[in-house]
Design a protein around this ligand. Structure first.
Ligand SMILES: *Cc1c(COP(=O)(O)O)cnc(C)c1O
Length: 229
């Protein structure tokens, strides 16, 4: 099986899972996380119909988004202050924001490019030390502070679940969905209207995420790796 077949198989499974979960298939976006492949890999997925791609390093998102401007590029990795201008120039959506000082730098970089940068707030729901993200109880304050920035628009929340146990992952995703609903209820109507994305679920656990309400799943190995078959 190649990349195109694995992409098509994954997309079909996403549609089947949506149906089983009683959800509209169009309500979940499949983001192909292309961080382990080069431009040929991206092209193979594009030709199979992929439109959304995720990258976790500026060194990757900058050239790939330039080579494939017809795709939508998502930045899902660690944010370093000095790389923010490049990330903002390349990414349609930044999934991994959890520090206000970075939000302020994103705001400034977006202002210079005359754009409004869409972002998600990454939340460390599980509390694992290896995971990045703000604490669940800090998320509302961060969303509210970002909402005050003119060139930043907060579109929702993102998390990564602990690996290895589907039930633990599902509980983690359900907590993120509940947190998003709680935050939305506290936002001003104009901010609440745009605050509707939940980025959660990867190759091992995207099904649990779809059941819990994910609107974006970030899938790498199941599409790009041949040891995931
Ligand atoms: C690599 C990565 C993914 C994709 O993980 P797979 O297990 O390969 O599907 C998703 N989200 C983030 C933040 C990643 O770094």
């Amino acid at each position: 099986m190649g990349i195109a077949q694995r992409y098509e198989r994954t997309l079909k499974e996403v549609h089947e899972t949506c149906e089983a979960a009683g959800r509209d298939a169009r309500s979940v976006r499949l983001i192909a996380v292309s961080k382990t492949v080069g431009e040929a890999g991206v092209r193979a997925a594009l030709e199979a119909g992929a439109r959304d791609f995720g990258e976790n390093r500026p060194d990757q998102i900058v050239p790939k988004s330039a080579a494939f401007p017809q795709a939508t590029w998502h930045f899902i990795g660690n944010i370093q202050s000095r790389r923010i201008p490049e990330i903002v120039a390349s990414a349609t959506l930044i999934h991994s924001l959890f520090q206000l000082r970075h939000a302020e730098k994103i705001d400034a970089a977006a202002a210079r490019l005359n754009k409004v940068q869409d972002v998600l707030i990454e939340v460390n729901v599980s509390g694992e030390e290896s995971k990045s993200g703000c604490k669940p109880k800090e998320a509302y304050a961060l969303v509210a502070a970002c909402a005050a920035l003119e060139h930043v628009r907060v579109r929702g929340l993102m998390t990564m679940a602990p690996q290895g146990d589907a039930q633990v992952a599902r509980a983690c995703f359900e907590r993120l969905a509940q947190l998003e609903a709680d935050i939305r209820a506290q936002l001003a109507p104009e901010d609440a209207a745009a605050f509707n994305e939940l980025s959660m679920g990867m190759s091992e656990d995207w099904r649990e995420a779809v059941y819990a309400g994910a609107t974006m799943i970030r899938v790498g190995r199941a599409i790009f790796s041949d040891d995931f078959e």
